[in-house]
Design a protein around this ligand. Structure first.
Ligand code: PLP
Ligand code: FES
Length: 513
């Protein structure tokens, strides 16, 4: 049984309460005395939205039928029929989505594990949702319509959002191209730059631990005759600046190195790489999806020429992102999508104002909250690490312990079986170091590039902490991991052999036929 760890959670938003849609009831917040209405409290959670919408539809059908019957009934019957049917109270806890019937009692409808997977995506911040709502309701103009006020107001909102995104990375708003996310931005940067400069430069450098969308874009370039160097990383997951310097050639068009790694959280030496590229006349692209709003980023201080960004990794909506493209010295690229010539011809298609506004608001919130977020996440990260390492022996942190973002903790547990561990931790939503391909669990290519043992890669778990993660959630995850790692080790012959000092790698396993 999962505890109701949300409980009297400390609110993580700065005073005064900026929204009526917050589920984090804090003592100082007006929402405590005036709990937000049902629909508001649930607005962030799509499964509950579905439940609510169904409940609303039922309620309005019932109301409609009551209205019909009141016209034909006696005044007393009409008065009785006018009493609204009490709705259940729906609330979200990390333990599950609960519906409390109006008559009392508690029913868990959908069990939901505790969410510690913030690298995969983040919940939309209530302040972001507030900013988006008008653009999903009354302000529905096409931002590219030049002939009426509906278009102008949408365009103004999109331009404000563009400025908010630009401001978070020290860029000019004209250097921001909205995309559908970081995948599109990465494709656009890698393929677009290589295509534009193809007549003079036919070489690209990247690392083996990039996101799949960069690696697959590079594979596409190879199919078109561009040469790509995939640099290895060291045991701590960092690329060597000297190795990059050796790999750059006079015909290198682009270096693409991720800012914060999505699997292990290591931060690459961006300033050194940027300075190196600038001195060698090579464009420097970084995938900043996991870095934006988490670590300070200034495109000028870091000499970044192109940077991919994503909305849903920073408490904004899914389906929106951006590519930063430097104007001075100018970076040219071939567009991926052709059409109406929006986004200065680099990305045709009608912009989604609600998504762009949400992304902009998420950047504005991040700019204000970054110091508070950083302190909170560092505190949770230390609590999680201490909880695990003080109670379980033989746990290994994957990636550099110094050059890292604290909210991404990738840990391997020795002497147990990866699949059993994942099954045991099913009450906590985490990501594992194994990707499910076909019937077998393949260890992650990122951990393999670090030289992590196959067994350890299989038992690696990524704990993702964020703005809304609570201490109680961390404590619950630690307690669960401690309990199950100990239980699995007690049953593991591998662990027994390790305790006896046998080198597991030296064993010749025989196969029965
Ligand atoms: C480092 C990195 N790059 C790119 C992406 C893709 O981002 P999006 O979902 O916005 O396309 C992700 C998300 O998983 C990521 O972590
Ligand atoms: S409780 Fe109101 S903003 Fe968090």
């Amino acid at each position: 049984m999962l505890p109701d760890v949300l409980g009297p959670t400390r609110c993580r938003l700065p005073p005064p309460c900026p929204t009526s849609r917050c589920r984090f009831f804090r003592p100082t917040c007006l929402s405590v005395r005036r709990p937000p209405p049902l629909s508001h409290r649930s607005a962030l959670w799509s499964p509950i939205m579905a439940l609510l919408l169904r409940a609303c539809a039922r309620a309005s059908r019932a109301a409609a039928s009551r209205q019909v019957s009141t016209t034909a009934a006696t005044p007393a019957a009409a008065a009785a029929a006018a009493v609204p049917t009490p709705l259940p109270t729906v609330s979200v806890t990390p333990g599950g989505v609960r519906s409390v019937p109006a008559g009392g009692g508690t029913t868990t409808i959908l069990p939901r594990p505790i969410y510690l997977d913030t690298q995969s995506t983040t919940p939309v911040d209530p302040r972001v949702l507030d900013a988006m709502l008008p653009h999903l309701t009354s302000q529905y103009g096409n931002p590219h319509s030049r002939t009426h006020a509906y278009g102008w107001e949408s365009e103004a909102a999109v331009e404000t959002a563009r400025a908010e995104v630009a401001s978070l990375i020290g860029a000019d708003p004209k250097e921001i191209v909205f995309t559908s996310g970081a995948t599109e931005a990465n494709n656009m940067a890698v393929k677009g730059v290589a295509a534009f400069y193809a007549s003079k430069k036919r070489h690209v450098v990247t690392t083996q631990t990039e996101h799949k969308c960069v690696l697959d874009s590079c594979r596409q370039l190879e199919a078109r005759g561009v040469e790509v160097t995939y640099l290895p990383v060291s045991k701590d997951g960092l690329v060597s600046v000297d190795a990059v310097a050796d790999a750059l050639r006079p015909d290198t068009a682009l270096l693409s190195v991720m800012a914060v790694n999505n699997e292990i959280g290591v931060v690459q030496p961006l300033a050194e790489l940027g300075a190196l590229c600038r001195s060698r006349g090579v464009f420097f692209h970084t995938d900043g999806a996991q870095a934006l709003g988490k670590i300070p980023l200034d495109v000028n201080a870091l000499s970044i020429d192109l940077m991919s960004l994503s909305g849903h990794k920073i408490y904004g909506p899914k389906g929106v992102g951006a590519l930063y493209v430097r104007r001075r010295p100018r970076v040219r690229l071939e567009p991926l999508i052709h059409g109406g010539g929006q986004e200065r011809g680099l990305r045709s298609g009608t912009l989604p104002p609600a998504l762009a506004v949400g992304f902009g608001a998420a950047c504005a919130v991040a700019a204000r909250d970054m110091p508070a977020d950083e302190a909170w996440i560092a505190h949770l990260s230390a609590r999680l690490l201490h909880g695990l390492t003080s109670q379980i022996e033989q746990v290994f942190i994957n990636g550099s312990t110094e050059q890292r973002y604290a909210g991404n903790i990738n840990i391997s547990f020795a002497g147990i079986e990866g699949e059993s561990l994942l099954m045991a931790l099913k009450d906590v939503a985490v990501s594992s170091g194994s990707a499910c391909t076909s019937a077998s669990l393949e260890p992650s290519y990122v951990l393999r590039a670090l030289g992590v043992d196959e067994e350890l890669a299989h038992t690696s778990i990524r704990f993702g902490l964020g703005r809304f993660t609570t201490e109680a959630e961390v404590d619950y995850a630690v307690a669960l991991a401690v309990k199950h790692v100990q239980r699995l080790r007690e049953m593991s012959p591998l662990w027994e052999m390790m305790q006896e000092g046998i080198d597991i790698k030296s064993i010749q396993w025989s196969q029965e036929h």
